[in-house]
Write a protein that binds this ligand. Structure first.
Ligand code: OOG
Ligand code: NI
Length: 484
């Protein structure tokens, strides 16, 4: 690719432009960003020793990615929309990772997350977009017919954007001017439109089957439905949201607060009721005013990426908690009771770095300590034998750790937990759908999803394992290079 072409830069600029647009569309989102800044500042201040009254600017202390970090979510209607959005995100260095079967939560959709996949790209700018697509096979005949008619008529990409996708795929790069056009045209896919492409009656039919079907099908494009900042203290954000009178959901989704944060904790403010205008059927030319509920605000705190084993352990505990909560609905309706049960149930999940590592529950990056650097300089062949090839037992890594040659840091979880965060969906939906049972008994359809996407989705566990393995290999290579 040409040297003036920088995918990381384009992704950062696109995310910034999207954030500015969403601020004007949903002012509460801007308020939430301010609250996150306030919470992070307070959390950092509280963590400084001796309570010095030095004002802290999180920008000076946090890794730079934190302040700009956002994830968004969009919902698409057709395979063609999905494969085109795949091409669009690829231009910004975002690739499909993971398959999420949302029928498990009663939604007629499946999804992937488009995100950067390398450590360097994630560090440069970790923008990601959770992208769902409607599953026509899970709709009733009547709704499918309505959905097909409405979706066939729309084009959620501007003609110029489509031309730019052809250009970049042919030439391998965009000029600076084309990058500006790419951002401006790309935003149009995500912009809110209050004029629907369906009539009020059609909307009612779609919504009765599932509110998300109405959200996906009724509009001329794929409006972004939330854009989520990252915080270092979600408990503080939650209480500040309440303090500021925001319509916060009752509790934080995901694992409980721990010394070693794992996966993802999320909270949100409830969706807005927005005025929309339905197409006119009477011929009078006057659109009918109504309302639609879809867009909301969310905030997240990211913890460590878990291995498959760690994730299974996590899921097992969470399922037990949720089963218990369901069985004792009356008693556990209370948020604090649920949170107590959650915290108690998670006590069996190790909460120190050595235990998480030794039990193979989380992924880590290894690096040489200063002592290790010295050792590597004078290393003999012994050292390269100490760093095990991938897949070998961890004793020798343990040995290097014990001898203070290697140190380790947990790898951040870069993906999503939409099912354990089902509460976020549901607190935004109001009534449960009639067809929920039907949808929930559906089979997942990874093959169909990949066919629509036009490529395979990457396996998140594989990506984390590669990062871990790469960190070990890097250091052995480094040591090798210094061999006299
Ligand atoms: C899916 C949102 C999933 C998350 O944070 O888990 C998501 C949707 O609302 O379309 O963003
Ligand atoms: Ni989200």
């Amino acid at each position: 690719m040409a040297s003036d072409w920088n995918q990381n830069d384009l992704r950062a600029r696109f995310c910034h432009a999207l954030s500015e647009m969403y601020k004007t569309e949903v002012p509460l989102y801007g308020d939430l960003i301010d609250i996150v800044l306030e919470a992070d500042t307070k959390a950092l201040q509280a963590s400084t020793k001796c309570g010095e009254a030095v004002p802290i600017n999180p920008d000076d202390v946090l890794p730079s990615r934190h302040r700009v970090e956002r994830h968004g979510a969009i919902r698409l209607g057709t395979p063609h929309e999905l494969s085109t959005i795949r091409r669009m995100f690829a231009v910004m260095g975002m690739y499909p990772v993971g398959y999420y079967d949302l029928s498990l939560a009663g939604f007629p959709m499946h999804a992937t997350a488009f995100r950067p996949t390398t450590q360097d790209a994630l560090a440069a700018h970790p923008f990601r977009v959770f992208t769902t697509v409607l599953r026509m096979d899970l709709l009733t005949a009547k709704t499918r017919e309505l959905a097909t008619k409405a979706l066939d008529q729309r084009n959620i990409f501007t003609p110029r954007l489509l031309a730019l996708l052809d250009t970049v795929e042919l030439k391998g790069s965009l000029t600076p001017d084309e990058c500006v056009e790419f951002i401006n045209n790309g935003l149009e896919t995500f912009r809110w439109h209050s004029k629907t492409t369906v009539t009020l009656d059609e909307y009612a039919i779609l919504k009765a089957e599932h509110p998300l079907i109405a959200d996906i099908v009724s509009f001329p494009n794929a409006h972004i439905n939330h854009l989520t900042p990252r915080t270092i203290d979600i408990d503080l954000v939650q209480s500040l949201m309440v303090e500021h009178g925001m319509p916060a959901k009752e509790r934080i989704e995901g694992p409980p607060k721990r010394r070693c944060p794992i996966l993802l904790r999320q909270t949100s403010f409830k969706a807005l009721q927005e005025t929309v205008y339905f197409g006119d059927v009477s011929g009078s030319g006057v659109p009918i005013k109504g309302s639609h509920t879809a867009r909301f605000g969310e905030v997240e705190q990211r913890g460590y990426a878990l291995t498959r084993k760690g994730r299974q352990f996590y899921d097992r505990i969470l399922n037990q908690v949720n089963d218990l909560a369901a069985a004792n609905r009356r008693k556990l309706n209370d948020t604090t009771e649920y949170e107590t049960l959650l915290a108690k149930s998670f006590e069996i999940f190790p909460d120190t770095l050595p235990a998480l590592r030794e039990e193979g529950l989380a992924y880590f990056c290894y690096r040489l300590t200063p002592a290790g650097e010295k050792y590597a300089e004078h290393r003999d062949d012994d050292f390269s034998r100490c760093v095990p090839p991938p897949g070998t037992a961890t004793e020798s890594v343990q040995d290097l750790l014990d001898r203070g040659i290697l140190s380790y840091n947990p790898i951040t979880y870069e993906d999503f937990l939409p099912l354990s965060a089902g509460g976020i969906f549901n607190s935004n939906l109001g009534d449960v759908s009639q067809s929920k049972q039907l949808i929930m008994s559906a089979e997942s359809d990874l093959d169909g999803f990949q066919l629509a996407l036009g490529t395979y989705v990457a396996d998140e566990f594989h990506l984390y394992a590669e990062m871990q393995r790469g960190s070990l290999e890097r250091d052995s290579a480094e040591a090798g290079m210094r061999e006299p």
